[in-house]
Every structure is written in structure tokens, then in C-alpha cells.
Design a protein around this ligand. Structure first.
Ligand SMILES: [Zn+2]
Length: 241
């Protein structure tokens, strides 16, 4: 099973590497639909409004179901993210809403109480608002370790989504299943994406290497500096794939 993760969309190409033109997403959705059918899944992090405006109608049109991971403290407070009415509409259209924590901290840096709150508050709010059980969570900033994984299990999550390509751990005991995803960016070519969806071992290894290098770089220089440098480099084309 291949997993894709998206963030933002726009009508026209933008400079931000995490933002994709909606036409690009339409091509990607077509690839998912055509190449791999039920073996692939499209996920979204952060609950940005553009996911509702641009991506959801395309999923609808192609009868594809995705998972929308939302940060509950942002809903109803940030203009840029979907409100509960949008989320209810998504759910009624057959989409899944999962947790992306309550306030979006790096969970690996949270103390035990904060960590537990991030997990449980977010889960409870979504369940209360939408009336469904929430058993999936995606990691803010992709950060995860054994302690975070255990807290996810204790809070009742069955599946944990990260941003490492091809990462896969079966659930054991109380520990949830860990599922890696490929973070799709503005510079991702259709060819790379098609090869990944098709399970091309060479491309999968390359993407795995890239995501491993990113994890190491983040650990070495810290997350915020890393993101600033990376966005800058990606804009200039150095990381286009
Ligand atoms: Zn996020």
C-alpha cells in the first residue's frame, strides 16, 4: 500500500513548495485511481481550507476516499483551516477525518501530560463533533519515537501516520500500526509519483533515502531552521523531484 500526504492547494502555481496547483492534484488523483486502485491512499495534514475547496471535489468526482488529519485547536479559530461544517460535509461525502494532534507541537518534545492531552483532547473533540470513532493520527512534523507511539496506543489510536516513505510497522500488543507516507510537493514530477505508486524499487529507495536524510538534518539543526532552509532550497529547484 502506498500513501501520499498533501498540505495545501491553489488555483495557480505558487512559490511555496508545499502548495500544489489543483490541476496537478487532479493528475495525481487520476494516477492513484488508474495505476493502483485500492492499493493507494491520499492523506492530508493540517486541515487547510484549500483541501476542502480544491482537493475534496476532485476526490468526490473520482470516488476516491482520503484521510484528512486536522489539528483540533485550529478549527474555528484559524481562518485558513476548515471549520466544523466543512469537516462534517467531508465526512458525509465518505471522507475520513483523523487527528493531527490538538495544538500541533512536535510530540517528541512534549512532556508526559502534554503528550497525553495532545492525543486524547483531539480525539475526543473530533468524535464529539462528528460522531465517529477516530482511530488514526498523523504526526506533526513527522516526528515520532517509541514514547509517542506508546501514548498513541494508550489514547486508543490504531494507526499512526508518519512522513517517512515506506515506513511500516505492524501493530503489536498495545502499540498501533505505523504507516509511512510520501509527502508530495510542488516539485514532485508525475513520473516520480507514478513510479512510487507502482512500487518501482529504485524510486522507492531514492525517496526513502531523501526522507531519511531529512530526518537526520532535522535532528542536527532543529526543526524550524531546517524548514526555513529547506523551503528556500526547494524554491530554487535544488530538491525538485
Ligand atoms: Zn502538520
Amino acid at each position: 500500500m502506498t500513501m501520499l500526504a498533501y498540505h495545501e492547494f491553489s488555483r495557480t502555481p505558487e512559490r511555496d513548495v508545499y502548495s500544489l496547483p489543483s490541476e496537478t492534484f487532479r493528475r495525481h488523483a487520476r494516477l492513484v485511481d488508474g495505476l493502483s486502485g485500492a492499493r493507494s491512499c491520499i492523506t492530508f495534514d493540517d486541515g487547510h481550507r484549500s483541501q476542502f475547496d480544491f482537493a475534496a471535489p476532485i476526490l468526490d468526482e473520482m470516488r476516491l476516499a482520503g484521510i484528512f488529519f486536522i489539528t483540533t485547536a485550529w478549527v474555528g479559530f484559524l481562518h485558513s483551516v476548515m471549520c466544523w461544517r466543512d469537516l462534517r460535509e467531508l465526512q458525509q461525502a465518505g471522507q475520513i477525518v483523523g487527528s493531527h494532534s490538538h495544538t500541533h507541537p512536535m510530540l517528541t518534545a512534549c512532556g508526559p501530560v502534554a503528550l497525553r492531552n495532545e492525543m486524547t483532547v483531539s480525539k475526543e473533540i473530533i468524535e464529539q463533533r462528528l460522531g465517529v470513532e477516530v482511530d488514526s493520527i498523523s504526526m506533526p512534523g513527522g516526528r515520532i519515537n517509541e514514547r509517542v507511539l506508546m501514548a498513541c496506543g494508550e489514547a486508543g489510536y490504531k494507526r499512526v501516520y508518519t512522513s517517512r516513505v515506506a515506513e511500516r510497522k505492524r501493530s503489536t500488543g498495545n502499540l498501533p500500526e505505523v504507516i509511512g507516507r510520501y509527502i508530495v510537493r510542488g516539485g514532485t514530477s508525475d513520473r516520480t509519483l507514478a513510479a512510487y505508486l507502482d512500487g518501482d524499487p529504485f524510486v522507492c529507495r531514492r525517496l526513502e533515502m531523501e526522507s531519511r536524510m531529512k530526518t537526520v538534518a532535522k535532528a542536527l539543526i532543529g526543526d524550524s531552521l531546517y524548514h526555513r532552509l529547506w523551503r528556500k532550497a526547494a524554491r530554487s529547484g535544488a530538491y525538485g523531484s
